[in-house]
Design a protein around this ligand. Structure first.
Ligand SMILES: NC(=O)c1ncn([C@@H]2O[C@H](COP(=O)(O)O)[C@@H](O)[C@H]2O)c1NC=O
Length: 208
């Protein structure tokens, strides 16, 4: 099954907050994920830079960390959500407003925008996690329960689905969403990013 881009967010089996992201792609497979201290980006591989002039949606920051909050998404709305959180907006409003303002992508597929936002607090009273999507027919922003892990995708899985997130470190998180466990059956993997909070949001990426 082809899901396109996949966002996963929540708590792993050890109740540690995590984010994970996968690019699957039929049309632009010559891309890679690059991780930095507080962000990760999807960019064209060397020799394919001209692709970004063909399609405005294929290069972007897919992860950003603002204070203790991690944001993961399939497009430039990562930055919009991060900016709103940085000026003090609550997670649910930042996610909802950004998805609504930026809307689905105006490409041949009306590709949805998807995103997840999570705090690093492991005590239940301060923990917050949301996942969201905007398509050409709906806007959904849903709280992810304490202890739960979930994912959503651009095609096929357009409502949050529960997942068993067994990875215990950031590299394993990137590997799991790329081609292991419940994610293995999804086709056309290209690159992935993962981060499990372990005192800090260390961000790892994997490229095929
Ligand atoms: N975020 C991404 O990495 C991304 N890659 C491709 N797209 C969009 O989705 C369309 C379909 O791409 P594909 O056939 O690779 O699933 C592309 O024409 C492009 O407009 C993307 N937009 C949203 O997912």
């Amino acid at each position: 099954m082809y899901l396109g881009r996949i966002v996963s967010v929540g708590m792993n089996k050890e109740k540690k907050p995590f984010i994970a992201y996968r690019v699957s792609s039929r049309s632009f497979p010559n891309r890679m994920a690059k991780s930095f201290e507080d962000k990760a980006a999807i960019i064209p591989k060397e020799g394919y830079e001209k692709d970004i002039f063909e399609n405005a949606y294929i290069a972007y920051n897919c992860v950003k960390v603002v204070n203790d909050v991690a944001i993961v998404s399939n497009g430039s709305h990562t930055d919009v959500i991060a900016d709103k959180i940085a000026i003090g907006m609550n997670i649910k409003d930042a996610l909802s407003l950004s998805l609504l303002a930026m809307d689905y992508e105006k490409d041949d597929y009306n590709t949805p925008r998807i995103a997840g936002v999570i705090t690093s607090n492991t005590d239940e009273s301060n923990y917050e996690c949301y996942i969201g999507i905007i398509t050409d027919s709906k806007l959904l922003v849903e709280k992810v329960k304490y202890g739960a892990a979930t994912f959503i995708s651009t095609y096929e899985c357009q409502s949050p689905e529960k997942v068993s997130f067994t990875a215990t470190n950031s590299k394993e998180a990137a590997k799991l969403i790329l081609d292991e466990g419940e994610f293995k059956k999804f086709t056309n993997p290209v690159a992935s990013v993962g981060s499990i909070f372990n005192g800090q949001w260390t961000i790892e990426s994997i490229n095929l």
